[in-house]
Structure formats: C-alpha cells, structure tokens
Design a protein around this ligand. Structure first.
Ligand code: GUN
Ligand code: ZN
Length: 437
C-alpha cells in the first residue's frame, strides 16, 4: 500500500484559542510530518517520529519552509452565482431580483450547471478550500451537477437544491410538492455517497410559501441527520417583508422555529440584525450563525457581531463563509481579513489564531464534521492546504520583519489570497497540481 509523507511546518487546532498566547489551543511543529494512506492522515507530529512509521517506499514530499494546515472550510456559498459576483449598485432584494434570480434560471440547463460546478470547485481548490456548504439553484439538475463534480474529485462537500416557490421569476420556482420530491430524490441518490452530504435548503422565508416551509420541516423530521441551510436576518427590507408574509411570527427567527428548522445541523447565513430573543433561540437549539463578511459589506447589509455572539451567557455557534456571489472573493484568507475589519468596526479584535481556528476546526465543528476534517489529527481525512507567506513581492518584503507565527498568520490573512496557496491535498491527492497539469 503506497503512502505519502509530507514534511513542513504543521499547524492544527485543538480548541478555540482564548488569547494570542494560548499555546495549548494549537499544535505547531516547526519540522512536522504527516503520513497519509488511503486518503487519511495515519500519523502526525514531529517529522523524525512520523518518518519512522512511514516504512520503505513512502513517497516523500518536502514542503519546507511552508505551512501545512487543514484545508479551509467555507460554510456558505452559492455555486450558481459565479457570474453574479461584481454586480453593481444594489442591496439584497434588488440584487436578487436584478442579477441573481435571472442568472440562476440558466441552471435549468444541465450542461451549464456542470460547467459552472467544475469551475466553482476548481476555484475553491485553487484558494485552499477543501469543503464548502453550497447552495445550488432550484433545479434538481444543478444539484446533480454539483454532486457529480464533487464526487469525481472525492471532496467532502455539503450541498442542496434550493427550495423556492414564490416571490421570484417562474424560471427559478418549484412547488411545495416538486421541491419536496426533488430534494427527497437527491437525498436518496447523493447523501452518504462517498464524501457527499445533502443539506435541506429552503432559500429563505420570502421565497417559500407556508406550504413549502411545512415540506422543508417534514424533510428535516424525516432526515434528522441532514444539514438544513437558509438565510436569516441579513437586511432590514428583507426582515420587514418577511414580517408581512408571516404576520403571526414574533420575529424572523420564529418563522423557521415554527416549521421546526432550528437545530444543531441548521446553518443560518448572516444573522446580522437579531433581537435578544432570536439570539437566545439560536443558542438554545445549537443552531449555527454563519458570518459572511465580504457579502455583508458588499451588499451594505450590516456588521455581524462575532465577539458578542461568542461572549453571550448563552453563546451562539458560529461559522464563517464567503457567500459567493454576494460575497466578493473565493478565498477564506480574504474573507477573514474582511471579517477582522467588520469585528474591528464593532470595537473588537479577532486574533490570527482565532481566525485560522475559524477557517479550519471552528468551521468543521460548526458543520458537525470535525471528526473527519478541520484538523491534522491522525484518523481524519487528508484535506490539507500548503501556505507560502512569501508568495508575492509585498509579502516577501513584509516577512523580513516577521518574528512570530502569529505575525506570519496575520500577514497571510491580510495580504494573502490564492497566490499564497502552494498546494492543496484532497483526501491525500495533490489537487491543485493535478488541476494545473
Ligand atoms: N437571501 C436569499 N438568497 C440569497 C442569496 O443568494 N444571497 C444572499 N446574500 N442572500 C440571500
Ligand atoms: Zn447566501
């Protein structure tokens, strides 16, 4: 059985780093080794130790002086929006109506879906992201295209066809019954196939009728192990329209609560303008609030209160995400750079260890997949990113004055992008190199 032995500076998190000096929150090896067999990490630690377990014939790849980290995880992105990114001049509802819904009608065409799914996952890998929780379009074919492409690459991805049956053009509408039936068929075909996970995906309260919300709730009850993903409290006009459509609701969160959509595997994009009651409801159910900084800035939606959510007496679980194509970049480094600035505008800081924890183990925990991905622990899947903090002339120059790992990570986050990603391993396979050749 062939195995691969990677050498480099390894960094993996054990838990949330409380401070920049909280060394026991991470494991860092200046000369680290990762032994990979059958797509999994079988040994990790000091290179000299790991090498002893490698045996003859192991393929050795020396990535020194670069950093080896768990592959980045993006907790919310829309693969059909690659040609929506950089659409000028609108806030959420206008942006959806003017640019996004018309673009998503194209995904009725299976060939178009397959092409964009391929290019989307290429882009993810190029930017060091090995797992994404993705929204497909309303069309069943778009989810089939995404999963087929993801399965071919042996990526661990989470995705679902959006359910939407009102308040959008006909070309992107299903019905309560067809939304249910198509989701059910996709779950049967794709959930648990290789590394694929299905997420029940009612787009948001505005585009689902009460009948469709009932159906989404039924799917969650019938498949309690599945993820559920949707949008919540992104923009004031969205909140007001939701209140008109669901006049009996106490607030926006109550709509989802009413239909049984809150829970440990429920991912709520944005969560910017939550009341205390709503935050308590998310916390009490273990639901996850997904921080999408580039999108929230681009659409002028507002500032996610990351540190306050963490510090509450009843904290909210948090993930971080690009939200492409409301989001403006595929890179989790760029995303957390903007996240740092959003948090700064709230008068707080996110230190670089916390940031890299969030992109890796933090997001894996939020997505309930930390036993498989998000660390470099032996026994987990070999999804790994190789980072070069001297990737550009400006980074190289700044590195001349960097003295600590914390400073290097912060430099990578502040100046880094896909150019800093030297290699990406997906289940042990060198995916960035494979793509280039
Ligand atoms: N709310 C409902 N759909 C969307 C979407 O596609 N992007 C964003 N940012 N918010 C949404
Ligand atoms: Zn979104």
């Amino acid at each position: 059985m062939t195995s691969t032995l990677l050498r480099g500076r390894t960094l993996s998190f054990v838990r949330w780093p409380e401070t920049i000096d909280d060394h026991s929150a991470w494991r860092y090896e200046e000369d680290g080794g990762l032994l990979i067999r059958d797509g999994r990490i079988v040994a990790a630690g000091a290179y000299a130790q790991v090498e002893k377990q490698a045996g003859e014939g192991a393929r050795k790849i020396d990535h020194r002086p670069h950093l080896l980290l768990p592959g980045f995880i993006d907790a919310h992105a829309h693969f059909p929006q690659m040609q929506v990114i950089a659409s000028y001049g609108a806030e959420l509802l206008d942006w959806l109506n003017t640019y996004t819904f018309p673009e998503e009608t194209k995904f009725a065409n299976a060939q178009h879906g397959r092409r964009i799914a391929r290019l989307f996952l290429d882009e993810m890998v190029r930017h060091g992201t090995t797992t994404v929780a993705a929204y497909c379009s309303v069309h069943k074919a778009s989810a089939e295209a995404f999963f087929a492409e993801s399965h071919d690459r042996n990526m661990l991805n989470i995705a679902g066809k959006v359910m939407m049956d009102c308040n959008a053009p006909d070309g992107v509408l299903d019905t309560p019954q067809s939304g249910y039936d198509d989701s059910k068929a996709l779950i049967g075909e794709w959930h648990g196939k290789g590394r694929q996970h299905y997420a029940i995906t009612p787009r948001f309260a505005i585009t689902s009728s009460p009948q469709q919300m009932e159906m989404a709730g039924a799917l969650c009850r019938e498949h309690p192990d599945l993820h559920m993903q949707t949008h919540l409290s992104e923009n004031h006009a969205e909140i007001a329209f939701t209140q008109e459509l669901y006049p009996w609701s106490r607030d926006y969160t109550d709509v989802y609560e009413h239909y049984g959509l809150l829970g440990k595997k429920s991912l709520f994009g944005h969560c910017i303008h939550l009341s205390k009651r709503e935050a308590d409801a998310l916390s009490a159910t273990g639901s996850v609030a997904v921080f999408c900084p580039t999108s929230n800035l681009f659409l002028g939606s507002g500032l996610f209160d990351y540190q306050r959510f963490r510090r509450r007496e009843n904290p909210i679980r948090i993930a971080a995400a690009t939200d492409v194509g409301g989001g403006t970049n595929y890179s989790m480094l760029r995303t957390m750079d903007e996240g740092y600035k959003v948090i700064a505008l709230n008068g707080e800081k996110l230190n670089p260890f916390q940031s890299f924890w969030q992109m890796t183990r933090g997001n894996a925990e939020a997505l309930s997949v930390a036993e498989k991905i998000g660390t470099l622990d032996a026994g987990t899947d070999a999804d790994i990113v190789v980072l070069d903090a001297r990737a550009t002339p400006a980074m190289r120059l700044r590195m001349e004055t960097v003295e600590t790992l914390a400073q290097e990570l912060f430099l990578l986050q502040t100046l880094g992008d896909d150019r800093a990603v030297r290699e990406v391993y997906v289940a042990g396979r060198a995916a960035k190199t494979d793509m280039a050749t």
